[in-house]
Design a protein around this ligand. Structure first.
Ligand code: PHE
Length: 347
């Protein structure tokens, strides 16, 4: 291409130049008009052209330079105007909107209250994995293989190889007692721990059951720990949690890992124990399971059952939250509906 065509094609380029801010504009100025710019290069070429063409090409070149300068000046004006317009829209004197704060989840509130109450009598918190093995969830807790007690706590099993289902010993924990087996194996008595966390069960989802929920379990092991100590600790907890008038009762029950085992009820705080629709006329509502740690469990965890004894208890956080806040449908806790969650703002 000759110089004339180069000038003409650059003219069309220059007429279509665009820039949205001062930096882009400066880059254009450098590209075309600086000492090493493209138009300056054309002027250098111009020096070599034969005299008879100088007049025409000189005019064209000057036109190109002027056009570029005025295009850049116009863009500069445009940018300044749009900045002004933006500054007008942006009212820097306005008070900012308050930051939308979230609220604590009711289950977190209840979990922390339980931990707080027990920490005042010396319990600390221990945590463990949700994906567990058979040994820590069942085996060491005295669930014999194939024992029907396993059905009461059926859970979800994890395929070790794709497509190969049961039997597998990798599973989602069905209770946080699995954390207790880990603590007992790794620590020496005296042990006084709370094990909060999420647990899983193979349940059909309804207003009263879910395939996952939350627990806080407790374990105390020392010399001469008795059932009376267990009762005293649970009475203290119940009064702190539900008010000083609260009464408790222990009913015999069965868990493979405790002997004797009991279910604990508290007096219904809605009717004060007289009997109402909430407590189905009995005056009592069930809140947790408990018992003295079975010697087989202590031995399986390497603790001498002749020297040490202990108690354990376990409660569902959803259950306590239901009693405290009268939430009728368990599913609300995991649906993340802010209209539900906001109600606990001031709790
Ligand atoms: N692990 C039991 C459950 O999940 C609760 C429990 C804990 C009962 C400790 C007794 C003692 O149902």
């Amino acid at each position: 291409m000759g110089l004339k065509e180069n000038i003409q094609s650059m003219m069309t380029q220059v007429q279509g130049l665009k820039a949205v801010n001062a930096e882009e504009l400066e880059a254009l100025r450098i590209k075309y008009l600086s000492k090493k710019g493209e138009i300056t290069a054309l002027f250098n070429e111009f020096r070599e052209v034969p005299n008879e063409q100088k007049r025409e090409l000189g005019q064209l070149l000057n036109q190109l330079r002027q056009e570029t300068e005025s295009r850049i000046a116009a863009l500069k004006e445009q940018i300044a105007q749009s900045q002004e317009a933006r500054a007008e829209r942006l009212d820097l004197t306005r008070t900012p909107d308050p930051i939308a704060l979230g609220t604590r989840h009711p289950l977190s509130l209840v979990r922390e209250e339980i931990i707080d109450i027990f920490s005042r009598i010396g319990f600390t918190v221990a945590e463990g994995p949700e994906v567990e093995d058979d040994k820590h969830v069942y085996g060491m807790l005295n669930f014999a293989p194939e024992h029907p007690a396993r059905d009461m706590q059926d859970t979800f099993f994890i395929e070790k190889e794709k497509g190969v289902q049961k039997p597998t010993d990798v599973l989602l924990r069905s209770h946080t007692s699995s954390v207790q087996t880990r603590v007992m194996t790794n620590q020496k008595p005296p042990i006084r721990v709370l094990c909060p966390g999420r647990v899983y069960r193979n349940e059909a989802i309804s207003a009263r059951a879910h395939c996952f929920f939350h627990q806080v379990e407790g374990l105390y092991i020392d010399k001469n720990v008795s059932f009376a100590d267990l009762r005293e600790a649970l009475l203290y907890f119940s009064k702190e949690m539900f008010g000083p008038e609260t009464k408790i009762r222990l009913r015999p029950s069965y868990f493979p890992f405790t002997e004797p085992s009991a279910e604990m009820d508290i007096s219904c705080d809605l009717c004060g124990g007289k009997g109402c629709s909430f407590c189905k006329g009995t005056g009592w509502v069930e809140i947790l399971g408990c018992g003295m740690v079975d010697p087989n469990v202590l031995e399986a965890c390497g603790i001498d059952s002749k020297q040490y004894s202990g108690y354990a208890f376990g409660m569902g956080v959803e259950r306590i939250a239901n009693l405290k806040y009268r939430v009728k449908d368990l599913r609300l806790f995991s649906e993340n509906d802010v209209r539900f969650l906001r109600q606990f703002e001031s709790c």
